[in-house]
Ligand binder design. Structure first.
Ligand code: ATP
Ligand code: MG
Length: 643
């Protein structure tokens, strides 16, 4: 009898199946907090420990630098610290830089962090006034065109049907796109999406380079796969080549980037692209206490893509709070007071988050928390190492490191950073001053952590090497404090206590969400938000901006209440059997609303498909399923039916 491998302990049976599936394609479909990320990191570590996966040949991919950083620390803790865990962008950038001399002339182009200045020029050159909002919306549209892999003609055709930035008609938008491309070429710069686009092109046209990349990376793992864009999917397929060592995990109900061209169709289509793919579903949410699961399920019940309900682990917790305030300032003040009380009661500031729909909502909360002396972290780690103050700090540490590297590391770093104006206390001011202080404090904290973890004094040179390594991975340190983040940035993360603010019509759902699809994306975003909480959840909104009125609570709040009334009204005593699940006749998703059940199709699938055609498709699908002994769900390709 052999005992269980230590890396499989602490996994439930389904998670264990994931960890042990080390050959061939694998799809893990499961709800929020069910341990998808945990199962996949254990799979990598277990594969590495047993020799099934060579850690040098594994590439683990995520979508945000914070998530990549999280994954690296989880892997390190499991003894698989040599595995590369990166965002698509960072992995692509590294390869592009490396191979650049082999396919291009001249030095590597400059990367632009912000599109806005170039977009502004492009917009002006076609005679449109470069208002801030116009430039912002046009930049988003440019990104959409790039990540959707739309050529000029396809885009021109698609633009007719898209809601474009105000004052920009489809023809003008096409001209702006062309002009933007020309300006980049003239200036020899690449933007964020170009990094992936250029690399994809190179891998498609240069077999020697593709072969070298294939030799390096042999096993691919992708977290949050529901948010993959066509461009990222294309690149992933180039990386994979003809091989099939691919494990993806995702939750269709958490698709929140469709506005940027992402789509869960790749997640659902994977079993079609890889017919040998095994699908595993995780069933239990380990993250949240029961009252939070109740709220999450009430939201899920209303989303158009909810094949599942979350099942918790019976952990008890306080009932989620729903509170309306007179105005925005009162809301910020009250939330800060609640947070201060939580910290007073012993909760760590780092275990608390304030989440909002748009970044502009953060200012009042920053002010209210500062006024109470509560530490907070505003920005995520994005582009940390590109910040001016961080570059300056590293340069000055480098210069100081030759001077016979004797005080403890953290004391040295404090002294050096004090010379460029850093102080231990947070500044009262917000904005750039606060952000600069936050960046420098993050470096001080990292120095302290590094020193505390080491039995011997850490030389400054070793600390700088650690920073260089982190810069290369874009793995930013942060200060310990209450997290203030947009819901988009909070994806994949969790906190003991979550305060979701601004839950009103116009903010959540956001005012420009108009179509049923837009609203459903907002609902999924709301679902992502509430499922970040482990123990405590509070939702709040205000009646108006200042002493104002006119705002209504979000429809999502009334939906939760309505769902709960339905659940509460269910007859007591012996439970009536649950209604038989009805699946969409086209895509086989579980139908959740009565309207969908009556139609026999989910809201996404076309109603106009001729019934005879549909029957034929269903027949074909069942035959295929029978043939391959896979569940019907696995052999269906939605796009095929749509055509
Ligand atoms: P999300 O959809 O938000 O990305 P997820 O499915 O990736 O969530 P994880 O973040 O991996 O979920 O796990 C959620 C929480 O549950 C984590 O705190 C994790 O440590 C814990 N957890 C997962 N599986 C188990 C388990 N088998 N036993 C105990 N705790 C678990
Ligand atoms: Mg996760």
């Amino acid at each position: 009898m052999t005992g269980t491998h230590p890396l499989l302990e602490g996994l439930d049976p389904e998670q264990r199946l994931v960890a042990e599936h080390l050959r061939g394609p694998l799809v893990v479909l499961a709800g929020a907090g069910t341990g998808k990320t945990r199962a996949m990191t254990h799979r990598i570590a277990y594969g590495a420990a047993t020799g099934a996966l060579d850690p040098r040949h594994v590439l683990a991919l995520t979508f945000t630098t914070k998530a990549a950083g999280e994954m690296r620390s989880r892997l390190r803790a499991l003894g698989a610290g040599t595995v590369q865990a990166r965002t698509f962008h960072s992995a692509a950038l590294r390869q592009l830089r490396y191979f650049w001399p082999q396919f291009a002339e001249g030095p590597f182009p400059e990367l632009i962090a912000q599109k806005a200045p170039l977009v502004s020029r492009a917009v002006q050159s076609v005679g449109i006034s470069p208002e801030r909002e116009t430039v912002r919306d046009v930049a988003a549209e440019i990104e959409y065109a790039a990540v959707s892999l739309l050529g000029a003609e396809e885009y021109a055709e698609r633009a007719q049907r898209r809601s474009l930035p105000e004052g920009v008609d489809p023809d003008a938008m096409v001209r702006v796109l062309e002009r933007y491309g020309e300006i980049k070429t003239e200036r020899r710069v690449l933007d964020f999406e170009d990094v992936l686009l250029v690399l994809t092109g190179v891998l498609g046209s240069r077999e020697d380079i593709a072969a070298e990349v294939h030799g390096q990376y042999r096993h691919f793992v992708v977290d949050e796969f529901q948010d993959v864009s066509p461009l990222q999917y294309d690149l992933l397929m180039r990386w994979l080549g003809r091989r099939d060592s691919l494990c993806v995990v995702g939750d269709p109900a958490q698709t929140i980037y469709t506005f940027a061209g992402a789509s869960d169709r790749y997640l659902r289509r994977l079993p079609v692209d890889f017919p040998e793919a095994q699908e595993i579903r995780l069933v239990r949410n380990y993250r949240s206490a029961e009252p939070i699961i109740g709220v999450a399920n009430a939201v899920l019940a209303r989303t158009a893509r909810s094949p599942i309900r979350l099942r918790g682990t019976d952990r008890t917790g306080p009932a989620p709070a729903f509170t309306e305030y007179a105005d925005d300032a009162a809301e910020a003040e009250a939330v800060a007071a609640r947070i201060a009380a939580e910290i007073g009661g012993g909760r760590r500031a780092g275990d608390i988050a304030v989440l909002f729909r748009t970044n502009s909502q953060s200012r009042l909360f920053e002010e209210a928390l500062s006024a109470r002396g509560v530490p907070y972290v505003l920005r995520g780690g994005e582009r940390f190492f590109a910040r001016r103050e961080v570059k300056e700090a590293i340069a000055i540490m480098r210069a100081a490191s030759g001077r016979g590297g004797t005080d403890p590391l953290d004391a040295q770093v404090r002294a050096i950073l004090s010379s460029i104006g850093w102080t231990p206390a947070a500044p009262g001011a917000q904005g750039a001053v606060r952000e600069r202080w936050e960046s420098l404090t993050a470096l001080v904290n990292l120095a302290q952590d590094t020193q505390e973890k080491s039995a011997l004094p850490v030389p400054l040179t070793a600390f700088i090497a650690e920073l260089d390594d982190r810069a290369e991975h874009q793995f930013a340190p942060t200060v310990d404090g209450v997290t203030l983040a947009s819901v988009h940035a909070a994806k994949g993360l969790e906190w003991e206590s979550v305060h979701l603010v601004g839950v009103s019509e116009g903010l959540m759902p956001i005012g420009y969400a108009e179509t049923a699809d837009d609203i459903d994306e907002e609902r999924r975003l709301f679902y992502v938000a509430v499922t970040r909480a482990r123990t405590a959840l509070s939702l709040s909104w205000s009646k108006g901006r200042r002493g104002g009125s006119g705002r209504r609570p979000s429809r999502f709040v009334s939906e939760i209440q309505a769902e709960r009334r339905t659940t509460a009204a269910a007859p007591a005593g012996p439970r009536s059997p649950a209604p038989a699940p009805v699946k969409c006749r086209v895509c086989a998703r579980l139908l959740t609303t009565r309207a969908e059940r009556n139609r026999g199709r989910c809201a996404e699938c076309p109603a106009e498909v001729d019934d005879a055609v549909l029957e034929a498709v269903i027949h074909w699908r069942s035959a295929k399923a029978e043939e391959s002994r896979l569940p019907v769900f696995l052999v269906l390709s939605m796009p095929t039916v749509r055509e």
